[in-house]
Design a protein around this ligand. Sequence first.
Ligand code: NAI
Length: 345
Amino acid sequence: MVKVAFFDAKAYDRPSFEKYGGIHDMEFLFFETKLNAYTADLAKGCDAVCVFVNDDVNAEVINRLYDAGVRLIALRSAGYNNVDVRAAYGKIHVVHVPAYSPYAVAEHAMAMLLTSVRRIHKAYNRTREFNFSLNGLTGFDMHGKTVGVIGTGRIGRIFIDICRGFGMNVLAYDRYPAENSGIEYVSLDRLFSESDIISLHCPLTNETKHLIGHGAISKMKKGVVLVNTSRGALIDAEALLEGIKSRKVGAACLDVYEEEADIFFEDHSGHIMDDELLSRLISMPNVIVTSHQAFLTEEALNNIAETTVGNILAFFEGDGFCENELCYRCGNIEHCKKERNRKCF
Ligand code: NAI
């Protein structure tokens, strides 16, 4: 029986993992704590660890897991910026869930955008107190506006389709533009200067960290609406706050935040918030924050559990080849997946 230490476990994770794990006679040990250097030893005696976006799987943690006998890191997320895949090479294999419901994330991005643009968050609070005034709730039509989409992978392209349904003009930027996609690719500078709305759907890498900083914001249209359902560190939050205070940025919809690891997914309502920057952002009337919630649909949770259990089984059975292994040997994960039909090492 494969034994898996499941870190950062939440109540909503368990039913789907118990269901799919049970079908395949897999044992999950659910730990509420996040994985880090202090908690890695909890995985002793386990074959694999199952981790999420805010588990810190750095080189030290990887060495501890390896010494504890762990041979597989199974990410139950698409993004893997929190795993030092280079340090894992030669020791522990890493698998992820490349797609579980890109619709969930793209639809959440649009939900946040509509909420912000049509002031639904304010109207909701008002009518609950029988305040039916419309003052201050004026929005704008999405039809005819230009949306700039950065990253046109699975999620970005669904978001583009949704935007087209609204009659919006779409400009896009991607490091690797999709050929024959009918998407209008432009330079980042042009996207910044012509977009009324900018939505981020690229991964967090060294290159994309603080992609939206002072320089980028200075090139944007006054009143631009920024949407980030990708990774927090794509935006320099200090620069964003300044952009909002100077009225350059008209609104921000944030499902992710650079320093979210110790804050998001938990109830801090009875405590003083230490993060001044996040407090300031949340206090702004034109900022909407959700707590890394974009993935959270029934469909996505089931797909995540099914794929993760499938990844773990594929690794521990047969020749160990798993098509969702992150192959860092060649440094080109996506390309390598197409060529490779064996384990990364
Ligand atoms: P994907 O891999 O299908 O697409 C990413 C796209 O970004 C690709 O087209 C790639 O060429 C492009 N890209 C790579 N480097 C770039 C750069 N330097 N500049 C511009 N584009 C670049 O990934 P998918 O499934 O669409 O997910 C996108 C991101 O969404 C993930 O990396 C993850 O961070 C985030 N995400 C957030 C969730 C949430 O709950 N908020 C849930 C799932 C994913």
